[in-house]
Ligand binder design. Structure first.
Ligand SMILES: [Zn+2]
Length: 327
């Protein structure tokens, strides 16, 4: 594969996995990455997996030892220190407070451009999620989804509960795609990528290996829903390609308008794999940066932001101003 003219990392976090924002920028420089989408990952106390403590920011530890995760305040700090290297993402927990209004306020105040990472132990097509996703669509924010299935087939054919599930299955995903046709969804994580293969229903591993059988449900999903995209980040995205390189070539070409380069951490394993394959230059440019730029316009300098993005003075704003003036 030839080299891309630009690399955009569409799945990244900051202040995690033992590096601060300067450490992330140094890593991006090492790997030729122009800029990255920074995504939050909010963790409730009961959804905390304590083995992940080492990957999280100790400054966000609660008194019970659980961690708030990758929070918006950290990402704002990173973006404001490196405004030409980061696009801001944020996905509030749909179960608490008023998530759609939190998203609206974050867009208006902090120029959030992506709704992500959605990673919660609830079904993707729960009405509280759909309300949030619809508002994301209205604000023209793509939604980045983490999917881990609640059940996997055991070795003896029985179904085994997975306590660290998120979102449900591709059936839940499809219902969300149908319910929110104006919203762009970006699939990610093991529960999504296992469906590249027609044998997902009998595959016991979280990270399946081996050749990709025909009939994967991802094919139908991409074909039926033009609002579905996917990022190739993390071990799940890379693994789905690496398990069958010949299939990967065909998949990259077929869904060249829907796939996004992303890492979810540091290093360049995905880049190394992609570079080892033969696909046309037009496909390379789409996957490495053009598809991302189609979904999110890219870096907006703080100066341009000041002149363009504040909301007009609506009756609602006037009422809240009057409320404040009366204190
Ligand atoms: Zn992530």
């Amino acid at each position: 594969m030839s080299k891309p003219s630009q690399i955009v990392d569409t799945h990244q976090h900051a202040f995690w996995t033992l590096r601060d924002d300067a450490g992330l920028v140094a890593d991006m420089d090492d790997h030729g990455i122009a800029y990255a989408w920074l995504l939050t990952w909010e963790i409730t106390p009961d959804e905390m997996n304590m083995s992940e403590t080492i990957a999280l920011n100790p400054a966000n530890t609660r008194l019970d030892g659980t961690n708030r995760g990758v929070i918006l305040a950290d990402l704002i700090r990173a973006r404001d220190r490196y405004p030409d290297r980061f696009v801001l993402g944020y996905c509030p927990d749909p179960r608490v407070g008023n998530a759609p209004d939190l998203l609206r306020a974050a867009v208006s105040m902090y120029d959030v451009k992506v709704c992500g990472e959605w990673k919660y132990r609830m079904l993707l097509d729960d009405p509280r999620c759909l309300e949030l996703f619809r508002v994301a669509g209205e604000l023209d924010l793509p939604v980045v989804l983490h999917l881990d299935v609640p059940y996997l087939p055991g070795k003896a054919g029985e179904s085994e509960y997975q306590k660290n599930w998120f979102g449900g299955t591709v059936e839940n995903l499809e219902r969300a795609l149908l319910a929110c046709p104006e919203t762009h969804f970006i699939g990610h994580a093991p529960g999504f990528w296992r469906e590249i293969c027609g044998e997902a229903d009998v595959e016991p591993d979280v990270f399946p290996d081996g050749s990709v059988a025909e009939g994967g449900r991802l094919y139908e999903l991409f074909d039926r829903h033009s609002n579905l995209y996917a990022d190739l980040s993390a071990g799940s995205g890379l693994g789905a390609l690496q398990r069958d390189p010949g299939h990967a070539d065909r998949f990259l070409e077929r869904f060249q308008d829907r796939l996004l380069f992303g890492r979810d951490c540091y290093g360049q394993e995905l880049h190394d794999f992609l570079q080892s394959r033969e696909v046309p230059q037009t496909v390379v440019e789409k996957i490495y940066h053009q598809n991302a730029q189609r979904l999110v316009k890219g870096i907006v300098t703080p100066k341009a932001r000041l002149s363009s993005s504040f909301p007009p003075i609506t009756p609602q704003v006037k009422i809240s101003q009057r409320l404040i003036e009366s204190y």
